[in-house]
Design a protein around this ligand. Sequence first.
Ligand code: FEO
Length: 394
Amino acid sequence: MAIRKIVENVYSVGVMHWDRRLFDQLIPLPEGTSYNAYLIKGGTKTALIDTVDPLLKEELFENLKKAGVTKIDYVISNHAEQDHSGSLPFVLHAHPEARLVTNEKNRGMLKDLMPSIDDARFMVIKEGDTLDLGGKTLEFVMVPWVHWPETQATFLKEDGILFSCDFFGAHAAVADIFDTSHFYVPAKRYYAEIMSPFRNNVRNNMAKVEKLPIKIIAPSHGYIHLDPKPIMDAYREWAGDDVKNEAVIAYVSMHDSTKKMAEYLREALIERGVNVHFFNLPVSDIGGIAMCMVDAATLVVGAPTLLAGVHPVAANVAYIANALRPKTRFVSLISSFGWVEKAGEAVKGMLTNFKAELLAPVIAKGYPKEADFKELDRLADDIAAKHKAIGVLK
Ligand code: FEO
């Protein structure tokens, strides 16, 4: 990746991971990702903010060479997760003069993850501490739980740049890191997958960083926001309490019975003015579902009974949805069974983090029949009425 100048003596020196398609062996990365690292050259000292995934460490070293770096005084670690910290041992080895600057919580986590880092290398800072690089002053701002407990941001005061780490990030490999014209979808996907379980912390940290005179937001993934307003507005929207007139139907079907029910409910909801996101789970992108669940008012899981329990593909999405703690207001289930119904209670038991109201499920014995279609119409009526009651459907 080419190094990019952000402002005078401040450079983006991270790397794009164009062909990475999975994070945590779970999260799809349809647009790849980037590991952003930043170089700040002060009048007297030089600092590197974060590193990159160790898979691509050689590119980081090439970029530092291109930037003419011979000496690094401070390596700032904003977050212990290895996509940003994993190259720290290599950078510290190459630059024995560098101090590793971070907060106490992060120091402990880095030691757990990379025990080879010598204690003597650390310089521990706390909230509000500053580091003078000579005409460039770094201020440290703790932003816990976006998305790990140790996460901090670093604010470059003279230039108004917030190096926000994962906060405000997006999984996207891009040719022009400053072109934010398509930031919304990758940033929302990232928020959904990484930040949404910590919505209250997101709001607290938003309130904190809003007090800073921010001119530029430079996260550790994806785009650099030369105008911070659109990404901050988007975060306010996603982390706020409002939901939309949308229903997510996420289903799996073995012999088309649950599929027929899901399709019938989809059309019934559309007829009633409810917008539907429709996912056939075995061929759907889990990140797309997470993104829709950021602000959909309703979730309907379609899950047949299999082996005296819920179909495991539906169990997987119920587990992930529960972990993401979405602000979904209403939840229901559609299901078909052969000789014994077991999926309903299993799914209900898995959605323990949901504060949503449970709307009466529709359970069909075998292929859905007239009475079952009437029940699906009843469920569509219930959902539309609930959306009207909370004011999202006129
Ligand atoms: Fe991008 Fe939480 O690491």
